[in-house]
Ligand binder design. Structure first.
Ligand code: PFF
Length: 473
């Protein structure tokens, strides 16, 4: 164990950094879209149950593994399994997953930065043109925005845990809360906002089926940044003076409150723009919502607050989502950084250079896979659909491997690292954990039904995505 491992400087710093990871595009856009599609309050209810009963124990397990081993995910599996080769496979998976998810998240963050820049420099009318997004993603400007995003992530990460990640979270997260609350208040003053509010909050249980339950759990799991090695890595920087259970609850609560507020922002905005909206048409994808539908709504505000006012609202919105995306991107890039530093002995700058170049090249390949380069655009085909490189990375790493990583972690903690070691870690600085109801629940769930649920999601996703066979709704 290295005595000089970096640590977060304060409890608040750690919580803001971890919440910064958890609060991302998934909360601000993915969650409202899912809530709109799947019965509003009914979806919220199921989502909240999964956060508490399934995701919270997994988050505690990830944080414990990291804090106990004081290592990156690969090193953690190696150390706590006492060098078992089989568990190293799980370690490698948890290293490759964030590496590849960071690639696709980088591409979306680049688009966000581009839209922020364009909205802030007076080009909102152009952003609202229905053909703009297709032209934008294939324009050469994207490469300039790419350099800006890569420079910002590097600038934060080169500062290390305390002076880089923690310090940036302490600036960006409070700014994010203020922008979110400000936008919610503004949107609720618009005409017809209350139609959106009631659509969002009044439960429609008739929309709930097995497929919706599956989506709620996947959304909750992704939203808390689980299965990506992030919480293991951040746990390894957490002080032993803090309680894992208390911190995990706080992170999950913050993440869920932000998702809830994002719904209070997006749905009333949509209904104020078009009170007769058929919600099926807006729920196709989060990407089309942010980059095609919302710019139209912002532009329509010019009737009441003028073009400059409308551009200001659009800029604040894109800044909000951009901040959420950057803090998440920083956290996910820190996983391979910590592995290169911990396992290969690289310095931080060298690790960042290697990752920026290699991940940058794959990101560029993704950028070229939207029609510019033929073989990247029709990269492979499965279940009767042709997929671009970008689609494949999302399908494999985000949709498929995440629940598998969660499953392996639960099995690892319960049956290889062993429950008594996990308990010992949870009890550090937490006198109330031993013998508590929470402790008994976490113990039982992680070793029984949580891995079963994650296995079902994994099998269902593989069947559906790659073979076109649907077991559930
Ligand atoms: N919790 C993040 C979100 O909801 O967007 C998930 C995430 C994705 C974290 C990608 C980090 C990341 F790079």
């Amino acid at each position: 164990m290295s005595a000089s491992r970096e640590q977060f400087g304060s409890r608040l710093g750690f919580i803001l950094a971890a919440a910064g990871s958890a609060v991302g595009i998934g909360n601000l856009v993915g969650f409202p879209v899912a809530a709109a599609k799947y019965g509003g309050g009914a979806f919220l209810f199921i989502y909240a149950i999964f956060i508490v009963l399934v995701c919270l124990p997994v988050m505690m397990a990830e944080l414990s593994v990291g804090r106990s081993s004081q290592k990156d995910p690969l090193g953690s599996y190696h150390k706590l399994s006492e060098g078992s080769g089989l568990w190293s496979i799980a370690g490698w998976l948890v290293l490759i997953t964030p590496y590849m998810i960071a690639v696709f998240y980088t591409v979306i963050t680049i688009w966000l930065f581009g839209y922020l820049f364009e909205a802030a420099t007076g080009n909102l009318a152009q952003l609202a043109d229905p053909d703009n997004f297709g032209t934008f993603i294939n324009s050469n400007k994207v490469f300039i925005y790419f350099l800006a995003v890569a420079a910002l992530v590097n600038l934060i990460l080169v500062g290390g845990v305390k002076d880089g990640i923690e310090r940036s979270a302490k600036i960006m997260m409070p700014a994010l809360f203020v922008m979110l609350i400000g936008l919610v208040i503004f949107v609720l003053t618009l005409d017809n906002a209350f139609a959106g509010l009631s659509y969002y909050l009044i439960p429609d249980f008739s929309k709930i089926n097995a497929g919706v339950v599956n989506s709620a759990l996947s959304q909750a799991f992704f939203s808390l940044s689980l299965g990506m090695g992030i919480m293991i890595t951040y746990g390894s920087y957490m002080s032993r003076g803090e309680t894992i259970a208390g911190s995990a609850k706080f992170i999950a609560l913050t993440d869920t409150v932000v998702a809830f507020f994002a719904g209070l922002l997006i749905l009333p905005a949509i209904f104020s723009f078009n009170p007769n909206i058929n919600t099926a048409e807006l729920s196709d994808s989060s990407v089309s919502l942010i980059f095609t539908f919302l710019p139209k709504i912002f532009l329509a505000l010019q009737g009441s607050i003028g073009y400059v006012g409308a551009s200001a609202v659009a800029s604040v919105f894109f800044m909000l989502v951009f901040f959420a995306a950057i803090t998440s991107l920083v956290s996910i890039t820190e996983v391979p950084v910590s592995s290169l530093v911990g396992e290969k002995g690289y310095s931080r700058p060298k690790a960042l250079l290697v990752l920026t170049v290699t991940m940058g090249l794959i990101s560029i390949a993704c950028i070229l896979s939207f029609g510019r380069v033929e073989w990247l655009s029709g990269f492979v085909s499965y279940a009767g659909e042709s997929k671009s490189l970008f689609d494949v990375i999302i399908d494999v790493f985000y949709e498929t491997v995440l629940p598998l990583n969660g499953l392996l972690l639960c099995l690892f903690v319960s049956y290889r690292w062993k429950k008594h070691n996990f308990h010992k870690e949870m009890e550090i600085s937490d006198a109330t954990y031993q013998g508590s109801l929470l402790g008994r629940y976490v113990d039982f769930s992680l070793s029984t039904f949580i891995p079963v649920i994650l296995l079902l999601i994994f099998v269902n996703t593989v069947a559906l995505k790659y073979f076109g066979v649907s077991f559930i709704g």
